[in-house]
Design a protein around this ligand. Structure first.
Ligand SMILES: Nc1ncnc2c1ncn2[C@@H]1O[C@H](COP(=O)(O)OP(=O)(O)OP(=O)(O)O)[C@@H](O)[C@H]1O
Ligand SMILES: [Mg+2]
Length: 240
């Protein structure tokens, strides 16, 4: 399991009678750009929330960088970057303050977090918004800040839950470019999406979830090879 940054085995989560996740097993290699796709209610956010520690599974195993999530979450979180589906930026603070305050969560020294924040503002083209209040930002800029914030601790794995949903094509492509660059620099990415075009452009490997089950998995190229387009596969799955 050495080549894998993340291992999930027999992971199950029920909400009352609803089987939100049903015995999932999969692994993600270091350096992968790994996708999670599936229709509304498939279980994507539930799975990602388990991985970043805010939903407790009923049973199963999650290992991240050789550590057991159940016992070592505190250690794991230092190497994890998280972009949840729901925007949880601090409205009343500036862009810069949002980055600085988040860095305190990781106990980063002030000088280091100032340096890293400056780097991220540059990388995400947010420098001229440094002192703007988050409440005044457009949806696309907020999303870029969410991703910037998730990178403050130099994570080796970033987990993004539909980071481009609802954005116009220009903003979406803008985010794609940055995620690709990060991945090329060696950051492993796990990301969920509804957009098949996005999956085809970004993901190396992926799983397709439906009603809490993995209905398809593998390299994106293999899944689409000689078969229907990802769009058609997805529509077929969503019908069931
Ligand atoms: N806290 C909760 N309590 C009860 N049911 C829940 C809870 N969280 C999620 N669910 C249910 O679990 C199922 C999976 O939800 P989840 O949010 O993981 O889906 P998703 O794939 O992320 O969907 P979307 O694409 O709409 O974001 C849904 O039927 C949802 O209603
Ligand atoms: Mg979701």
């Amino acid at each position: 399991m050495k080549n894998y940054i993340l291992n999930v085995k027999d992971l199950t989560k029920n909400f009352g009678r609803l089987k939100a996740l049903n015995n999932l097993t999969f692994s993600i290699k270091y350096g992968d750009f790994f996708g999670l796709i599936g229709p509304n209610g498939a279980g994507k956010s539930t799975l990602l929330k388990i991985l970043y520690g805010i939903v407790i599974p009923d049973s199963g195993f999650v290992g991240i960088e050789g550590l057991n999530l159940k016992y070592d979450y505190k250690k794991i979180k230092y190497n994890l970057g998280i972009v949840p589906q729901d925007d949880n930026l601090d409205e009343d603070l500036s862009v810069y303050e949002n980055l600085l305050i988040y860095s305190m969560y990781f106990g980063m020294p002030r000088k280091e977090s100032m340096k890293k924040s400056a780097e991220l503002l540059f990388f995400f083209d947010l420098e001229d918004k440094k002192y703007s209040k988050v409440a005044d930002l457009s949806g696309g800029l907020r999303r870029r800040l969410m991703i910037a914030r998730a990178l403050i601790n130099n994570p080796s794995l970033i987990i993004l839950d539909e980071p481009t949903s609802g954005l116009d094509p220009e903003y979406r492509q803008n985010i794609w470019g940055r995620l690709k660059t990060l991945n090329e620099k060696g950051v492993t990415i796990l990301m969920s999406t509804h957009y098949m075009e996005e999956a085809e452009r970004l993901f190396k490997n992926m799983i397709i979830l439906n009603h809490g089950n993995i209905v398809m998995s593998g390299a994106v190229n293999d899944i689409t090879l000689n078969k229907k387009s990802l769009e058609e596969i997805f529509l077929d799955i969503a019908k069931n």
